[in-house]
Design a protein around this ligand. Sequence first.
Ligand code: SF4
Ligand code: SF4
Length: 404
Amino acid sequence: MSGDTATTTTTRRLTPDRELVAAVLASGGEDLRKCMQCATCSAVCELADAKNPGPRKEMLWAQWGLRDRLMGDVDPWLCHQCGDCTLRCPRGARPGDVMAALRRECVIHYAAPHAFGRWVNQPRSLVWIALGAAGVLAAAAVAWQASGVANVELAMAGPRTVFPFWTWLPHWLLGTVFALLLAFDVAVLARGARRFWRDMNTASPSPQPSPRVAGRGGGLPPARGLGASWRAAFRRIVWHEDFGLCAQSHARRTSHLLVVYGMLALWLTSLWVVTARWNPLLEGLVYPLGFWNPWKLLANLAGLSVVLGATLMLVERGERPATAGATRYADGALLGFLLTIVLTGFATELLHFLRVEPLRYAVYAVHLVSVFAFLWVLPYSKLAHAVYRTLALVHAERIGRGQR
Ligand code: SF4
Ligand code: SF4
């Protein structure tokens, strides 16, 4: 080159993903295209800064269908849906709802099989899911009876009271079916979590911890180590601190805490009872448990907590401007599953106490089908947020975006 200044221009072809755009438009982000990039939403969002002007940048990426950028993006998961941006948007583009739609798309994107994840998130799939769950449980019961050794359960039960229903679906058989479902959930979520973590690290790599930078008190906040990031994220989750940061979402903290801790207690008591036969701490436990048994009391209190929290959530959703389409369905489906499981559990308990037959068996069957369906769709449902949001919070701490 003869003294000319060489200028290199790098051209990168962006490939819009039409499926993503269509899914966001159908999942509560139907006003996405109204966005004119005025940045009002970034000005009001407490998560935004000069380098991360969300949710404006997500609005642009979603309009363009930039799946690669959006799926590893940590910001939709840091958003706690306070609604401030949606309230202030001069174009009515509802950026808060677009963030919710992106979280839903992220769950489907990382779930396997992908097509099944999209299918189960459609309202019309619900009846097939219920029929499938009932079919599998019925097949397990029939196979058990056909094996000709059903009486073994009676013999194993010894002096316990054994009811007719439980000779068809003994606890160990139910425990086995549900344990297989849980293994499926863990496998799907672990695969999705691994890919999500990889993509987040590619999209926003964490700076290395540096005492030199940390000591200056300026510039970028220092990155945390992995252990410290987990601890900081855990603290935020335990008290749902992020909900307390915004006046609009402050009330949601109570309902979420009631549901989360109620569910955790229900998981614990279920696990405890299912493993009763092998659990040395439950020596002498005779099923069914008496009303004043501590595990029964804990389960009942946990059920009340879930019902109260889920009801508060439904009321809050009714008061908020309606979100559309699949995001609304995803929220409603999770609350519907939780309420069905807990209310049929309470009804079974009451009918059992009153010995109302055969209604108690019918209600118990609905309860079991609900639990099966819930566990089946769990990795594709809104409950998967617990995994993805936790990882995003840990990553945010690692890249210095966790401190407030
Ligand atoms: S979403 Fe609304 S507030 Fe945000 S940049 Fe677009 S038009 Fe502006
Ligand atoms: S809903 Fe709240 S937290 Fe989420 S992007 Fe909008 S202003 Fe930020």
